[in-house]
Design a protein around this ligand. Sequence first.
Ligand code: AMP
Length: 542
Amino acid sequence: MLGLMQNQPLLISSLIDFAERHHGEGEVVSRRVEGDIHRYTYKQVAQRARQVANALDAMKLQFGDRVATIAWNGYRHLELYFGISGSGRVLHTINPRMHPDQITWVANHSEDQVVCFDMTFLPIVKSIHARCPTVRQWVALCDADKLPTDSGVPNLSSYEALISAQPNTYSWPQFDENTASSMCYTSGTTGNPKAALYSHRSTLLHAYAACLPDVMCLSARDAILPVVPMFHVNAWGIPYSAALTGAKLVFPGAGMDGKSVYELIESERVTYAAGVPTVWQMLLGHMQPAGLRFSTLRRTVIGGSACPPAMITAFNDQYGVEVLHAWGMTEMSPLGTLCTLKNKHLTMSDEDKMKIRLKQGRSIFGVDMKIVDADGKELPWDGKAFGDLLVKGPWVVAEYYKGEGGNPLVDGWFPTGDVATIDPEGYMQITDRSKDVIKSGGEWISSIDIENIAVAHPAVAMAACIGIKHPKWDERPIVAVVKKPGMEITREELLAFYEGKTAKWQIPDDVVFVDAIPMGATGKMQKTKLREILKDYKLPGL
Ligand code: AMP
């Protein structure tokens, strides 16, 4: 017997309809690439998203056609999120930090028909347009009078000119909720990138889940600053969850440096921020020397790479800001786990609470996980056994776009490529990426643990640990370190700093001081590049 409830498809257009109707006056504030602050309401987002939909219709775009963006976090990007997906087209967010050849590759692979870009990225568009035969319209996200006349880019129009010609009324189409809504290519460190193709259903379920109190805990009383980019995994779904709750949205535009982020948090009374550890490193680096304080920020979600304990302590103890450590990936829309305490933990000592907060957290309802050994046998949740982490759920990929790479699932589970432990309370902790873990004398060393200790030293800005071939031990860890400006530390001092903080055999064999650690397009350390740079490096004594 079927239930007798209304069968309404879960569609992205309903989010912006809801925000307009119930939070029409809710604010959306953006630092524009033009440099000024732009301020308007959800009602205006909705009106302009409908103008976008009309403009796409006028271009004769078909249902399911791909429309790409190369853009910072900003109000026009938000309108495109709703206008493109809401009208049944597929939003393809392109990461501008990829190499232009890779951008060309993804634009061709997804067969983008239209590409909308911030003026910052005009040089990229100039260098790729001739190699993108499927693109029939390039749209610069600017006013009509700012459109360059000598760019050489054919079929180039201004976004404002394009949408202002359209009415702001539109009847969002109703269709199957499993229809594709947006896509995001993985960073593709090996081989060509592969795309996760999200659906309206997966996006809405993810948006609901993200708002839960033990997940991101978002509400109409929040002012949210997503520093995490809208060009990578939909800014962790925040644009959708913000519309669902009516929270104020604050967009940083191109200003991701510590000073710009701090000023925006203060001037817009941000209560909630989300980003990768490097962004928060820059923020703390700006605030600490100047003795600055937050007046409204209460919580920050940190994920994308392991959040160093020193960062959690700094936010928590010095600034009274709660850190929510999060884990996920492109293939998971992206949220998988978030670290919040259970009731039984509240009476624990601060030190014990910290041990939990450092973990990547508990599964969100909707994400099932398990760890397995090399033979695929499930390992116990004892907080000690570590193995390959597999996940499944309604916002986890079933396969990649165009079937690229074959069937990624193992008995219905998606292998994340991460190695993790899970404790009896269900808290998962990432030990490493499976390809980064260091195998020494038959034992595994977590490169994340080694990096976390190094960055706890006051003179260390960044650290990356990699394994170096060793004739006896197979591999031994070394740590590449970037010093904080104006600070000094020697190899010996850092190695001594490890004493007592980890097992002796896990202490790195050497410290290599570098000016910078190569960072990838998604703000993660690129250890493959670092290994290349250090390919002639020899371990001491060998
Ligand atoms: P991406 O698909 O580019 O977002 O990258 C996903 C990968 O980032 C995951 O598989 C993890 O290896 C890593 N990652 C994400 N969040 C965390 C975290 N909190 N701690 C450690 N690694 C993380």
